[in-house]
Design a protein around this ligand. Sequence first.
Ligand code: MG
Ligand code: MG
Length: 264
Amino acid sequence: MITLKTEDEIELMRQANLLVGKTLAEIAKVIAPGVTTRQLDTLAETFIRDNGAEPTFKGCPNPYGQPFPGSICTSVNDTVVHGIPDDTPLKDGDIISVDCGTLLNGFNGDSCYTFCVGEVAPEVKHLLKVTKESLYLGIEAAKAGHRLGDIGYTVQQHAEEAGYGVVRELVGHGIGHEMHEDPMVPNYGRRGSGILLKNGLCIAIEPMITMGDKAIFMMPDRWTIKTRDHKPAAHFEHTIAIHHGKADILSSFREVEEIESKRA
Ligand code: MG
Ligand code: MG
């Protein structure tokens, strides 16, 4: 069942999502070779709780009933999503996607950014650039009167044009009181197919794009999802509302990108 959000609810959703943006900015400040993903996790959990919210991912069960141990997902290089924070230090040339969820005033925020650690190979930087572009193109396609398939079609076109793979098994989603609500929002699709997009629809759009083949597999921990060919994968995610006919981006990369541009 799809629940459309009121104006007031969209503003509450924005607060939860802006907190995710601020948490990702805290992470951007410290990402460097030698830092462990567990350090990033601790930093994120503390920051989220200090801001009066809950890290939604912590304890969230997988289909086998196993709770996610971290407050953020930290997915390095060939890990597509759901990487568990641990004591492995990041290395120069790694990429790491940090997916973060918060629950604030009863509403969920969800956003993900893929960061470079030190100096990253140009072809990997290109994967990040195209994945981020595919997210924003997908967001532009999310307008009242368009259909859900228009979003996936747009994301897929852009990623495949660059020769990349679009993961099929994992998709974006509706979001609100629950972190995952209807509808599912695939990163592939046919133009003009699927449900009609209406004002008040809140969804997370999250392209997961692979440098090589799109095939993935799950590690024995039943969380970590990797590319089968072990080539890198990128993941960018925004939560948006369809608001006054077009996409209103509720999460934000602004602070993260300010920190990144100062480093460059
Ligand atoms: Mg997410
Ligand atoms: Mg999501």
